[in-house]
Design a protein around this ligand. Structure first.
Ligand SMILES: [Zn+2]
Length: 419
């Protein structure tokens, strides 16, 4: 499941009246004839893109005549052998690209080029009228000259309203990006504020001042390490063979297979972590979460080893996922700098660089509380009061949880040797 550029979808009229639109990404296993069909559709979509681009550029750059989106849609209508909505979606994408580039130019980033590259393949889009669900299968129609593409619908999508489907080429394989409407969730009633402190050993520590929840990040960290370590092995093996050779192609395929697998695992754990955090917030009527932003920490030079460890850890993804899920309950997330929050003593306000798991003050000797709990409590303090309060109360109750991961890491991790 992934979040969506909702602004883009909303502009195209893909919105859910009674819920939130989400995009599910499904890797496809196609039979040779289906694969040929998919390639064919994408090639025709590329033909649409190339035509739109060539005409638009020619008229504008050569004759100074602006062909607008409506005129272009009118012109390309009925000229291509793909679903008419795909043609429209491609025209829309083209003009969005143009607008975005124009905006960048206005902001001084003139190194960005207006769309110019001819494509061999292009992402194909189906909207509501091109999509039917029958007998557990998704049927994507391709105009009257081509057979429809039939894909088995994953059970988790059954019964959901489908707003848009895209056929995407990613990492050596075809994927479907399916935009579905998920029912709206219960809105939070309270007005409690809380703070969240992200970290490596503990993925998230949350507190509302009275209680704290510490969610373990060990599983996530080990997956990140596995990902980076295996990727380095693949890169090394790839660099040793001739580009385009049989061995090279096999390695590349194995690398993509591994990446798809490990990233699905990572996403799964990230979902489990954010789920715990959101449940905790909803139960306590939290309305706003201040999120300690490690970006500030990252910019400091913490030595090569530490920098690398921080880099491996994708703080941003977890934050985005949490922000998105909280928003579905109308809880807002606000980033605040976490400078000094985990090292500042809650009793005397003195800063001590922390090395252990348990907080230890070098000035007054205060200790006995988990470092990340002190950190989260500090974030909340600074966010609410604007400064560190001396002798502040720490959460009285601390709960430790591990993310509930359904499938244990069972698959053998294939390195380049197995390819
Ligand atoms: Zn102290």
């Amino acid at each position: 499941m992934s979040r969506l550029k909702n602004s883009v979808l909303a502009k195209r009229g893909v919105t859910g009246a009674e819920g939130d639109v989400l995009v599910e990404k499904i890797p496809l296993r196609l039979r040779p004839e289906e694969e040929a069909l998919a390639r064919d559709i994408q090639r025709e979509s590329a033909r649409v893109w190339n035509t739109v681009m060539t005409i638009h550029r020619l008229f504008w750059f050569k004759y100074g005549i602006w062909i607008d989106e409506a005129m272009m849609k009118d012109f390309v209508k009925g000229r291509f052998e793909v679903h008419s909505q795909d043609v429209q979606a491609i025209v829309e994408t083209y003009y969005e690209c143009w607008e975005r580039t124009k905006k960048l130019h206005e902001e001084g980033h003139t190194e960005w080029r207006y769309p110019w590259r001819l494509k061999r393949f292009f992402t194909s889009t189906w909207k509501v009228t091109g999509i039917t669900v029958e007998g557990g299968y998704l049927r994507l129609s391709n105009g009257w000259k081509r057979p429809p593409l039939r894909i088995k619908l994953p059970s988790r999508l059954k019964g959901l309203e489908i707003k848009q489907v895209q056929l995407v080429w990613h990492r050596n394989g075809y994927w479907l990006h399916v935009a579905v409407v998920k029912p709206a969730l219960e809105r939070v009633q309270g007005d409690t504020v809380a703070a969240a402190d992200p970290g490596e050993v503990h993925a998230l520590t949350l507190t509302d001042g009275k209680e704290a929840l510490v969610i373990s990040g060990r599983h996530l960290r080990s997956l990140h390490r596995l990902r980076n370590k295996t990727l380095r092995k693949f890169q090394k093996a790839l660099s040793r063979c001739k580009k385009g050779s049989n061995r090279w192609r096999k390695l590349l395929e194995a690398k993509y297979r591994f990446l798809n697998w490990v990233e699905a695992q990572i996403l799964h754990v990230e979902h489990a972590i954010t789920k715990l955090a959101v449940e905790w917030c909803v139960q306590r009527g939290v309305k706003k979460v201040y999120y300690g932003d490690p970006q500030g920490v990252r910019e400091q030079d913490c030595g090569r080893y530490h920098n690398q460890r921080m880099g491996q850890w994708s703080f941003g993804r977890l934050r985005d996922l949490l922000e998105y899920k909280l928003k579905r309950h109308s809880i807002t997330l606000e980033k605040i700098g976490e400078g000094g929050t985990s090292g500042t003593c809650p009793k005397c306000g003195h800063y001590t660089r922390q090395s252990g798991r348990i907080f230890r003050c070098g000035n007054c000797g205060f200790s006995g509380v988990h470092r990340d709990v002190v950190g989260a409590s500090g974030i909340l303090d600074v966010a609410v009061n604007g400064h560190f309060t001396k002798d502040r109360d720490l959460p009285g109750k601390v709960v430790y949880l591990r993310p509930r991961v359904l499938a244990p890491v069972g698959q053998k991790h294939r390195g380049p040797a197995a390819a």
